[in-house]
Design a protein around this ligand. Sequence first.
Ligand SMILES: CC(C)(COP(=O)(O)OP(=O)(O)OC[C@H]1O[C@@H](n2cnc3c(N)ncnc32)[C@H](O)[C@@H]1O)[C@@H](O)C(=O)NCCC(=O)NCCS
Ligand SMILES: Nc1ncnc2c1ncn2[C@@H]1O[C@H](COP(=O)(O)OP(=O)(O)OP(=O)(O)O)[C@@H](O)[C@H]1O
Length: 197
Amino acid sequence: MQLVGLTGGIASGKSTVSGRFADVHGFPVIDADMVARFVVEPGQPALAEIADRFGADMLLADGTLDRPALGALVFADEAARQDLNGITHPRIAEEMGRRIGALADHDGPVVVDSPLLVEMGHAEAYPTIVVVAVGPEVQHDRLVADRGMDPDEAWGRINSQAPLADKLAVATHVIWNEGTIAELEARVDEVAASLTA
Ligand SMILES: CC(C)(COP(=O)(O)OP(=O)(O)OC[C@H]1O[C@@H](n2cnc3c(N)ncnc32)[C@H](O)[C@@H]1O)[C@@H](O)C(=O)NCCC(=O)NCCS
Ligand SMILES: Nc1ncnc2c1ncn2[C@@H]1O[C@H](COP(=O)(O)OP(=O)(O)OP(=O)(O)O)[C@@H](O)[C@H]1O
């Protein structure tokens, strides 16, 4: 297995890149956002801890997490976000480790799509790190124009993450994504070719 970390800020284009790594190049992808959803499913200990810390009104009537409500809270309150990270990150890291371990015998690149790879202190574990890079104005435009996010909440999310420079500092490959989707796809194919060379 050749372990490849894929990171970048919110709305930088990571999912678009990992989708192409998987669909066009056949690389297995482990998605930290999906693992983050798994560890807060009903019945998981993290969900009960979230209800204890943030209140039972963070749960919907069917017992699942009210993600918009918790997001509105934690991206406007740094102490609350740190508390949420303290509840979820150890469990996310453990489950990611399990999923990576299950692919240990895979021949070729295995992509770990992790928005907070640098923030979680995991960069050293990755011999190869692909950073999808866009400036904050482009992130904000995509969050507000494409996803309809409230402009203040969009800045809250962007500013809760490490600056792009910190991610570029650990990158072995950089994919700039301020151009068109076609340009992005061509660059992903170049990086994929270099990973398998
Ligand atoms: C706060 C929550 C409920 C908001 O859910 P929502 O569905 O609105 O967003 P989603 O999970 O799809 O995340 C979207 C993006 O937000 C960013 N983000 C999410 N959590 C965090 C965080 N704790 N700190 C900084 N950025 C974050 C990431 O770029 C992520 O790709 C959710 O993000 C969450 O449980 N976060 C804590 C776990 C975590 O850190 N996940 C992300 C990396 S593993
Ligand atoms: N080059 C581009 N031009 C225009 N829109 C783009 C481009 N690249 C990505 N997008 C759009 O920007 C949004 C964010 O892309 P994507 O979901 O791939 O990012 P992400 O980094 O995975 O986001 P998140 O951190 O929220 O999971 C999507 O709506 C996507 O279609």
